[in-house]
Design a binder for this molecule. Sequence first.
Ligand code: UD1
Length: 347
Amino acid sequence: MKKILVTGGTGYIGSHTAVALLEKGYQVIVADNLYNSDERVLDAIAQITGVRPLFENVDVADEAACMQLFRRHADIEAVIHFAAYKSVNESVVKPLDYYRNNLDSLMRVLRGMEAVGCHKMVFSSSCTVYGQPETLPVTEDMPYQDASCPYGNTKRIAEEILKDIVRADGMKNDAHPSLKVLLLRYFNPIGAHASALIGELPNGVPNNLMPFITQTAAGIRPRLSVFGSDYDTPDGTPQRDYIHVCDLADAHVCAMEYLFSDGFSGWDAFNIGCGRPYGVLDVIRSFEKMSGVKLPYEIVGRRPGDIEKIWGNVEKAKRVLGWQAKRDLDEMTLSAWQWQRHLQEKA
Ligand code: UD1
């Protein structure tokens, strides 16, 4: 049974990925400092899969603690590195915290992997590395563009660190790198597990669209602000490539299988999205249809830093990883609503 370390494994994407890996028979070690998550997520994972992953309450940005974690689990065969801060707004206010946490954690995990001879990593990257692309859909070979926030910069810099390390490894090993790194560039993950036992759990007022919608529908927020209707898009609102978090989790399983195959060495990057754009009003309409709840919203000014439109060309992930998204927007909005209702029933 292959042993995978999932850093940030109690978080939103991490917990869904842990479920997908356990269901495929991988042994999962979850490392998380519970900064933005809750240990009860482990009970939910156990309820869904019948297996409780081994949990390590560790801040992987802490050099000594991270090294000890790897020493305790020296037989780890691969790492999926999610652990990072992820708020665009907060990163603008606290840039140093973001650079320190997101980059230290990556480098410390890489040191740990080096110490125990673990050579395989999936890195949680983002479509934010493309900025506002000049042509759409965006392909993986398009150049990096300035991210509009420190959070986005940490993803781009992390990708560059990983590429440099793979290059150095290749030079040391006669152009045959032993290190294998996959950069998964997520578009906009939304939705929740069909069991409604795990989902997105934002701290305080949500920054992102989907949790704001579900909290508004639940009466926690008075109304949703739609940030701008004067963009050059079909309905005037920004377009995004929304992807169901369970499809995203499945992409990690496919990435794992690819890492363990003989056909791959070095690094590679993949767009992980549905490959089709939706405006904010499309998401609202889908939500209203699937939930039966009329959503109070108002159009307000643009949000600083928002790009106009982005969606991915996802052919490469299909061709190389054998992965493609299966769930549509309605399934995304319905599952997000079911998760919100589950939270209310528990409260
Ligand atoms: C951003 C990041 C992305 C990151 C994600 C999760 C960029 C370019 N994108 O995505 O990398 O993974 O956050 O943290 O840095 N909206 C409203 N009202 C709201 C909230 C959002 O109208 O209350 C609109 C936004 O204007 C946007 C869309 O909904 O058009 C999606 O916004 P959001 O969910 O915050 O994600 P992004 O900003 O696309």
